[in-house]
Write a new protein. Structure first.
Ligand code: SF4
Length: 350
């Protein structure tokens, strides 16, 4: 693949002046933004340049043949770069699958996605569970740990809730609603704690030894250069036999593990890529219900590879026309709307 170079088009594009490179791409379609001063404003147009690997000839988006310019043309006048592959994550892939236009707004344009109460309290619950394993347990015994852990969990939630108060206030919920979500989150954390306490009871040793055995590695960011993918794994647990289980926390009402297979597959792939060994299991703590997990196998890993390869192949361009709107009930619903609803106007003809 050629990198860099100059070109001039034999067609319409040769009228453009002062091209600016907006992006780079590693695929055979190169993209160039050209701007043309017109009276008192700048005209900007994105054109796509395809390269024929055998002949080295370019074709622009109008179907005109573009040719490499003579070397004496100033490189700064007609530079072409190659774009770095984006690093994809389970949430970026999920966003694309839900709606390519939403992906465009979030990951190409980088528009801000304001919190709603569900995303915000999800973050709060994650922080509480992350910090839960850092608590001082030195004064607890197997006879009295239950009430202590419950109280600490409550204190951790209060602290996180207060720290997020400015963000919560921005949501303009009534006091009653805020209280409702606080209490619901506390119930979820108590639910998880009950499960944790049952596991403690089944371990051997004093309280501190058992607590340590159940302490996972938390919130670890995995980045794969091989797959250009990343993900933050909430909890990496050591099984008794030396194998590993990757777990994610979910505050959603649904307890359908199948809805999360892609995310879990990507975590498994990222772990395999880093450590050279597959995790044994991967799963979810549904904070409103139970935990669920599956055995990791080649099929799950291959599915993750395929989905990552696919998202890379369809997101090489910054042309909005390649990211169609996919209107669905998720655009607007009784308690909220897609963060980009106003800019997208999904039901208007463009
Ligand atoms: S409003 Fe609907 S169609 Fe538009 S970006 Fe959001 S999900 Fe997609």
């Amino acid at each position: 693949m050629r990198r860099g170079g100059e070109f001039q088009s034999t067609g319409k594009t040769d009228r453009f002046l002062n091209p600016d490179i907006l992006s780079e791409t590693r695929c055979s379609v190169w993209r160039l933004t050209v701007s043309q001063p017109r009276r008192n404003f700048t005209y900007v147009k994105v054109i796509k340049i395809s390269i024929d690997e055998k002949t080295g000839k370019f074709t622009d988006s109008f179907g005109n043949i573009a040719v490499l310019a003579p070397k004496n043309i100033n490189r700064t006048t007609f530079p072409i770069f190659t774009m770095k592959k984006k690093v994809q994550s389970p949430s970026s892939i999920k966003t694309y699958k839900q709606c390519p236009r939403k992906y465009y707004y979030a990951y190409i344009m980088g528009l801000e996605q304001p919190h709603n109460i569900h995303t915000l309290r999800g973050n709060i619950a994650h922080s509480v569970l992350e910090h839960f394993f850092d608590i001082d347990t030195s004064f607890m015994t197997m006879d009295d740990y239950g009430p202590h852990l419950k109280l600490i969990m409550q204190q951790l939630l209060l602290k996180e809730w207060q720290q997020n108060k400015p963000k919560l206030d921005k949501l303009e919920l009534t006091q009653d609603k805020q209280m409702h979500y606080f209490e619901e989150t506390l119930m979820m954390l108590f639910n998880w704690l009950e499960l944790f306490c049952r596991k403690l009871e089944n371990k051997a040793g004093n309280f501190q030894e058992r607590f340590k055995q159940l302490t996972p590695m938390r919130e670890l960011m995995f980045v794969s250069e091989n797959y250009h993918a990343k993900g933050i794994i909430d909890a990496i647990e050591q099984n008794g036999d030396g194998t590993v289980r990757l777990m994610d926390y979910k505050t959603s009402a649904s307890e359908n593990l199948n809805e999360h297979l892609l995310q879990l597959g990507i975590y498994s792939l990222l772990y395999l890529d880093k450590h050279g060994v597959m995790p044994k299991q991967v799963g979810v703590y549904f904070l409103k219900g139970k935990e669920a997990c599956i055995e990791v196998d080649e099929e799950l890993i291959e599915m993750a590879k395929k989905e990552i390869a696919h998202i890379h192949s369809v997101t090489q361009t910054q042309d909005i026309n390649h990211y169609p709107k996919s209107p669905s009930p998720l655009c607007k619903y009784s308690t909220g709307q897609c963060p980009f609803y106003d800019v997208c106007r999904p039901y208007e003809k463009s």
